[in-house]
Design a protein around this ligand. Structure first.
Ligand code: GRG
Length: 314
């Protein structure tokens, strides 16, 4: 797959996701204007759309193995793609609150609570999560029991990834490690750090990819391989995120740089050095590619998405 084809795929997937997000979100008079506006403020602030792109790429990879037209599988997977992006955005909004990371810059803009206040930011995050599950239950609208069964599995995978065993659990460990859970401190070693990130960011990245494979009708072995690919991709993503926090600047990242070190957080560069961390990220991508090759899912965009994750600068 050439670089310009990859760029075209990424741009078209982003445009499709953005259009669908706007269509799927509630708007006045169904909701008060302010909450609709606050949800959109963060959702359309220029995120990379990694997770929904993964959903669409995983659906496409599975669809290729059964000869499904790419438009058809993309349509089946688009609601999951959008739901995962809504949940991701809610997590960023809540993470940025003074009660958590207390950040003022996100996606290159003042954070939601800085502009709309803490209360509206809490509510916009809550609403984004609720709307994500409403969307998963509603779309794709179908009476076909096969599609309904896929929807239920995708919804279950995404809910588990967002909940106490996944993202919320990871954020809990993060708060404990940062000394922000009174009377419940935790010290993370290298395994603890990996486990915390596997929950906090890895689980949703995994569910993004797996839900795409499920919605495209993937066989059990294909869904499992996509899950292994995404687990390594999620780890690589986090390692690169830590490296960028050391090397990047706020203008490039669209968020405050150097926060991890300043907050005394355990990070990959702190534990393994920059070179060691880069090497670990490269090994993750190697394993992710192998998982695809083992299941004959290397056709399509998933290998290129993995390269993009390690090569990114924000
Ligand atoms: C509040 C329940 C709850 C969870 C928050 C994911 C998370 C959990 C907090 C985010 C903190 C953070 C900055 C983690 C580093 C990795 C990460 C998720 C970065 C942001 O994701 P990107 O780079 O963001 O995909 P964009 O803006 O491009 O979508």
């Amino acid at each position: 797959m050439g670089a310009s084809e990859v760029r075209t795929f990424l741009a078209s997937a982003r445009a499709e996701v953005d259009e669908a997000l706007e269509r799927f979100l509630p708007a006045p008079p169904d909701c008060p204007p302010l909450i609709g506006e606050a949800m959109r403020y963060s959702l359309f602030a220029g995120g990379k759309r990694l997770r929904p792109i993964l959903t669409l790429a995983a659906a496409d990879a599975v669809g290729r193995t059964v000869g499904s037209p790419s438009g058809a599988v993309r349509g089946l997977a688009l609601p999951s793609a959008c739901a995962v992006e809504m949940i991701h955005t809610y997590s960023l909004v809540h993470d940025d609150l003074p009660a958590m990371d207390n950040d003022t810059l996100r996606r290159g803009r003042p954070t939601l609570h800085v502009v709309y206040g803490d209360g509206i930011a809490v509510l916009a995050g809550d609403a984004l999560q609720a709307e994500a599950f409403a969307l998963l239950a509603r779309e794709p609208a179908a009476d076909d029991p096969v599609v309904c069964a896929r929807k239920l599995r995708a919804l279950g995978a995404i809910a588990a990834a967002a909940g106490a065993a996944g993202m919320v659990g990871g954020q809990t460990l993060d708060l404990q490690a940062a000394g922000q859970a009174p009377n419940h401190p935790a010290v993370l070693d290298a395994d603890g750090l990996r486990g915390m990130h596997a929950r906090k960011t890895g689980a949703l990245i995994g569910a993004a990819a797996v839900s795409g494979a499920i919605m495209a009708g993937g066989l059990a072995a294909q869904v499992e391989a996509v899950g292994r690919y995404a687990a390594d991709l999620g780890l690589a993503f986090q390692i690169v995120d830590d490296i960028l926090d050391v090397e990047g600047d706020a203008a490039q990242l669209g968020k405050t740089a150097g926060k991890d070190a300043a907050g005394g957080k355990p990070t990959y560069p702190a534990l393994f050095g920059l070179e060691g961390s880069r090497h670990m990220a490269a090994q993750c991508i190697q394993r992710a590619r192998q998982a695809l090759a083992d299941a004959r899912l290397s056709e399509g965009w998933l290998p290129a998405v993995a390269e993009w994750v390690v090569g990114r600068s924000n």
